[in-house]
Structure formats: structure tokens, C-alpha cells
Design a protein around this ligand. Structure first.
Ligand SMILES: [Zn+2]
Length: 178
């Protein structure tokens, strides 16, 4: 059971590290290219747009017949807009809050008939979250390595004090070596 947990933890750490690298790659790319994915449902009058630009991802949604163009899909633009915020066109924004690279706007493009919301998440947030597990894993590995090395050199495994004169108990921190 412990062994299985350790394998699962190692797999989750590796996956987290890979996803972190992908996130950082997209983050760097977002300053050189603007990637966009649009999903337009003309019949239902719904529009969804995911845009990666200037260090963040923005998702915009509108309903109630809002369809600026009939086609959707993936697009890449060589020119990145000067602003990191691609808010839906039209006046009608009711709320617009931003904090530390995050931003959320909601409103209505049709005076009550075309609700929309738009949200931005900076790449830094998922990149930092995905780095937590690999960082913890690395710390554990480093501690284990340091403990083994200290034991081999007759030093206290906890604090590194020389135990050649007092092998049963560390006089510095009280640790009893196994
Ligand atoms: Zn000690």
C-alpha cells in the first residue's frame, strides 16, 4: 500500500512537472503569438472565445444571439495586441474587477438580452500551483540525501553535529540516531 502510494505520488509529481513546463512554454509563447479558439453556435446564439495573449488566458462568453462572425476554430496571430484584455465589443459592461493579473467582467451587450462574461487568468497562477508538488518532492529528496550522507560521516542526521564522541545521542539537538 505504501509502495503504491509512493508510485502514485511520483507519477503525479512527474505529471505536474510536465504540465508546469507546458504552461511556462505557453506563457512565453503568449508574448510572441496570440492563439485563439472560437466556438460559435449561430442557432443557439452563443459565442465562446478562448484567447492566449500577453501572459494570460482570457475566456469570453456571450449568449442571446451574439455572434460577431459565423465561423469558429483555432487561429494564430503573429501580431499580439498591445493590451492583455480582449473584452467583447459594445458598451454594457456592468462589473469589471481586476486583481494581480486576474480580471473578470460581466454585463449585457443587448440591454438585457445578450449577457456576457469575460475572465482572464495569468499563466503565473497555474504555473506556480503546478510547481508545488515537484518542489516538495525535490525538498524531500534533498533531505533524505543529506540525512544519509550525515549518517555515513557519523554526523547527527538531523542537525549535522559530529557524533563520534557521543554516538547514542546528539548533544546539540537531542536526536537519537537509529
Ligand atoms: Zn543533532
Amino acid at each position: 500500500m505504501r509502495r503504491l502510494l509512493r508510485i502514485l505520488l511520483t507519477a503525479a509529481t512527474a505529471l505536474s512537472l510536465v504540465l508546469c513546463v507546458v504552461t511556462v512554454a505557453l506563457w512565453v509563447r503568449s508574448y510572441h503569438r496570440m492563439d485563439s479558439y472560437k466556438k460559435v453556435d449561430i442557432d443557439a446564439g452563443r459565442f465562446l472565445n478562448v484567447v492566449s495573449l500577453r501572459g494570460g488566458v482570457q475566456v469570453a462568453w456571450a449568449g442571446g444571439g451574439y455572434a460577431p462572425e459565423p465561423t469558429g476554430g483555432w487561429e494564430t496571430f503573429r501580431r499580439v495586441p498591445p493590451s492583455d484584455w480582449q473584452v467583447l465589443t459594445g458598451s454594457g459592461t456592468q462589473t469589471d474587477r481586476s486583481f494581480a493579473g486576474f480580471r473578470l467582467a460581466t454585463g449585457d451587450l443587448g440591454g438585457g438580452s445578450m449577457p456576457f462574461w469575460s475572465a482572464r487568468v495569468p499563466y503565473l497562477a497555474p504555473a506556480a500551483a503546478l510547481m508545488l508538488l515537484p518542489a516538495w518532492w525535490g525538498r524531500q529528496r534533498f533531505r533524505g540525501y543529506r540525512r544519509d550522507r550525515r549518517r555515513a560521516a557519523n554526523l547527527c542526521p538531523a542537525c549535522g553535529y559530529d557524533l563520534r564522541a557521543t554516538p547514542d545521542r546528539c548533544p546539540e539537538c537531542g536526536t537519537i540516531p537509529a
